[in-house]
Design a protein around this ligand. Structure first.
Ligand code: ADP
Length: 486
């Protein structure tokens, strides 16, 4: 099992155990392995500093009381002798002191060794060397303590010091190093108990924590799976506990909401499109049959109906195709400089038949001609869609105003109708794909809900500003702004 993909439980356990192991290793090293070395080095430092304290005060008249005090305070035996081996000062505190048992030869060796060094000499030895060997190890079976077991190690420090009178003296200090074996043994047992407890705790803690951390994630995962299966009504209640997980739940909730919204729109579109496709098709076949079967009906008017309906079908299919092309990002802009004002006038001219027949009044106001750098074909589509919408949704007076305004090197084109307007809460949604304010299907208003979506895509591609202002019951103004080509 790779740790990278391991469950939270095992990861937590791994890291917690690692932490315990590091902690316990440190403790073990310092408390057990190096304890003796630490202790000894501290003792050695102590004996050296004591010796130099005596050496510093060797000319003091109260030196003997200082030596007594040092001996008692530091639990050391002190002996100061002259070169002849005569004791000048001494303080005895250890029951088993070795320096007072030394013969003149041994003392002389110590003196020589100090002289050979930098005036000081340290020697550590096991005290059993000074005892008769009372231990006969041979022949015993089992865990027999060694001869030196439990015996204190001894340490002798000698320092040659010269008095102000020029007389050379030898300071000899004797200190003991208590065996740490017993302590180490105790610590070792304790350490084992601690290790066991810590590992068990790490295991318990990691199980507990992982349950607490993983449970909400697992719950969300279960929900997400049902979402993935297409159940867009899945809810993601806040599992609580952690901010990140709450945020994840919120995000998934939002995603589920969006998915179900898109799904609803898609269903609606299929219903609408099939309805929209079927109506003109029914009309076309109906009229065609009539014209075939009844000779008198084979006239210009009926032919026009067929053509109009076929046109409706074409625009419906085109809308759908245009949008999917734009959304796939396949469609790149084919930029060119052209006269926008003339282009708009040209587009509006094509509505003259409609204006005459149905009484629509489309006015275009522009102070002068402006040139823009844009994709003429796509901008024409934008204007068509906006004008078509205005025609679809304008009021009883059937008036539509197209206005061109030039300010600060930019041109603003607005298309205003006098229709029912758009409720403020739907203003932002109308640009979405398949969105329709009025869900009830009116025959006279054919719409896929794609028109404004195409407008939006094209204007975004042009980096153009765009928007809509609408007052309910009074009409709407759709506008966009493009930079002018000088
Ligand atoms: P449709 O093909 O339904 O017109 P659009 O994307 O062009 O699709 O428009 C989306 C919705 O915005 C329309 O269904 C309509 O409700 C609303 N809408 C668009 N233009 C106007 C307008 N000029 N006046 C009122 N409502 C409008």
């Amino acid at each position: 099992m790779k740790l990278r993909n391991a469950p939270i439980k095992w990861k937590l356990f791994f890291y917690l155990s690692l932490f315990c192991v590091v902690l316990l290793t440190m403790l073990w090293l310092f408390q057990i392995v190096f304890l003796e070395d630490f202790y000894k080095s501290i003792k050695i430092r102590e004996i050296k500093s004591t010796s130099s304290l005596i050496a510093k005060n060797i000319d003091h008249e109260e030196i003997s009381s200082l030596i007594t005090r040092i001996s008692q305070g530091n639990e050391m035996c002190v002996s100061v002798i002259d070169v002849g081996g005569n004791t000048i000062y001494q303080a005895d505190i250890l029951p088993d002191c070795v320096i007072h048992k030394m013969g003149i030869a041994q003392l002389y060796t110590l003196y020589q060794q100090a002289k050979n060094g930098d005036g000081t000499y340290l020697e550590r030895f096991n005290r059993s060397a000074f005892r008769n060997n009372q231990y006969q190890v041979d022949g015993f079976t089992g865990n027999v303590p060694k001869a030196d077991h439990g015996l204190m190690e001894s340490m002798i420090f000698t320092q040659v010091v010269t008095k102000s009178t020029g007389e050379e003296l030898l300071i000899i200090l004797n200190s003991t190093i208590s065996p740490v074996n017993a302590t180490v043994q105790t610590l070792r047992v304790q350490w084992m108990i601690i290790t066991g407890t810590m590992l068990a705790l790490a295991l318990l803690l990691s199980f507990y924590l992982s349950r607490r951390i993983a449970r909400p994630i697992i719950a969300i995962n279960q929900q997400a799976k049902t979402l993935a299966k297409g159940n867009y009504d899945t809810q993601f209640p806040d599992p609580g506990g952690y901010r990140e997980i709450s945020q994840l739940a919120k995000t998934l909730d939002y995603a589920a909401g969006e998915l179900s919204r898109v799904e609803a729109l898609r269903r609606e579109l299929i219903a609408n499109v099939s309805h929209d496709l079927r109506t003109p098709l029914t009309m076309i076949t109906g009229y065609a049959e009539v014209m075939r079967d009844i000779p008198g009906e084979n006239n210009q008017e009926n032919l026009q109906v067929i053509m109009d309906e076929a046109q409706r079908l074409t625009s419906l299919v085109n809308d759908t195709l245009d949008l999917s092309k734009l959304q796939a990002g396949m469609d790149q802009l084919n930029l060119e400089s052209y006269d926008l004002t003339a282009s708009i006038a040209e587009i509006l001219k094509r509505y003259s038949a409609l204006m005459q027949k149905d009484g629509y009044q489309i006015t275009f106001t522009a102070e002068n001609h402006v040139t823009v750098q844009a994709d003429q074909l796509k901008m024409t589509q934008v204007i068509y869609n906006l004008v078509n919408n205005a025609i679809h949704y304008t009021g009883e007076d059937k008036r539509i105003q197209v206005h061109q305004q030039v300010t600060n090197g930019k041109v603003r084109i607005s298309i205003t109708d006098t229709g029912c307007g758009i409720p403020p809460d739907q203003l932002s949604a109308i640009w979405d794909r398949y969105y329709k304010v009025d869900k009830t299907h009116k025959r006279q208003i054919i719409g896929t809900g794609l028109g404004l979506s195409i407008v939006k895509q094209v204007l975004i591609l042009h980096h153009a500003e765009y928007g809509v202002e609408s007052t309910e019951g009074k009409g709407s103004t759709f506008w966009f702004i493009l930079p002018i080509q000088p």
